[in-house]
Design a protein around this ligand. Structure first.
Ligand code: RIB
Length: 309
């Protein structure tokens, strides 16, 4: 699988992960397993997925500190074949995420952004963005940078926003979106704002979001995803049945592969099927970038899903 240029603009974090028997309540101390220190961050995870699982020519635009964590993160990106030549080194610690994972694979995450707060689109990054077919961003970096990335794309290129973690979006950013990818919680946050809208189903949430974005993808975990476009009936794309051991970064794998597929072809359902297959494979392994599957495995599972549907 090859073809298509993707630029991912976003965060990179070293994930400090502890397996826990259950997530602690406020004020509670519990004992967990041994600490794991692994490459993560929504942006870097998505870049690794676009390159390794999606087969796209992928550039990562991000910022790292001048610390040992930066070496771990660059090694993972480089190992996946991601271009890292426009990643900046800044005088701040590399991003860090504190993660707990319970036996059912669910996680909690707290991010200390560090260098991610300094991600910017300078001339070198803008040049690379202008050569991309798809520009993909998330919300662990400054909103001004996300907006600058969207504005730097060439005409005809797609700007895909994974609106995670949830934040209010300024009108100027809404106006730039070609594709919005959200889970159900993020969709509800964007639709409801301070006032609950009453939209409950993924279809209703997507319909509300379509008033502001031409294409909305709502990821539904084990239930697959919903792909919604204006003036076209929404399509449910089923997921593969797998046993989840760690869901960390599975949404990022989905987004990276979706972007890679859209860089090759604008066929949305097919892109969502590939992305869903990649996300399903990712939850069967421990870690974020460490769990990103290879493109061949993704293609095989996506084909099985197509035949079964
Ligand atoms: O989406 C998972 C990611 O969120 C983790 O890798 C962590 O670093 C946070 O950014």
């Amino acid at each position: 699988m090859s073809g298509g240029r993707v630029v991912v603009v976003g965060s990179a974090n070293v994930d400090l992960v502890v397996d826990v028997p259950r997530h602690p309540a406020g004020g509670e101390t519990i004992l967990g397993g041994d600490l794991r220190r692994t490459p993560g961050g929504k942006g870097a995870n998505q870049a690794v997925a676009a390159a390794q699982a999606g087969g796209a020519d992928t550039t990562f635009v991000g910022a790292l500190g001048r610390d040992e964590s930066a070496g771990l993160l660059l090694a993972s990106l480089d190992g996946a074949g991601v271009r890292t030549d426009v990643v900046e080194r800044v005088d701040a610690p590399s991003g860090t995420a504190l993660i707990t994972v319970s036996p059912d694979g669910e996680n909690t995450i707290v991010v200390a952004p560090g260098a991610n707060s300094r991600v910017r689109v300078g001339p070198a990054q803008a040049d690379r963005i202008a050569a991309a077919d798809v520009v993909l961003a998330q919300l662990e970096i400054p909103l001004d940078t996300v907006l600058a990335a969207a504005r730097a794309r060439r005409e005809g290129a797609l700007f895909v926003l994974n609106a995670a973690p949830s934040r209010d979006l300024p009108d100027e950013l809404w106006e730039q979106l070609d594709v919005l990818v959200v889970n159900e919680h993020e969709a509800a946050d964007l639709v409801d704002g301070p006032e609950p809208s009453g939209a409950a189903t993924p279809e209703a949430l997507a319909a509300a979001l379509l008033e502001r974005v031409p294409v909305v993808v709502v990821t539904l975990g084990a239930e697959g995803s919903l792909v919604a476009e204006r003036d076209v009936p929404p399509v449910r794309v089923p997921a593969a049945r797998v046993t989840a051991v760690d869901t960390t970064g599975a949404g990022d794998t989905y987004c990276g592969v979706l972007a890679a597929a859209l860089a090759r072809s604008r066929e949305l359902s097919g892109a969502a099927r590939l992305a869903g297959a990649a996300g399903a494979l990712a939850v069967t392994r421990v870690g974020a970038q460490d769990a990103v599957p290879d493109a061949d495995a993704v293609a095989v599972l996506a084909e099985e899903l197509k035949e079964a549907s």
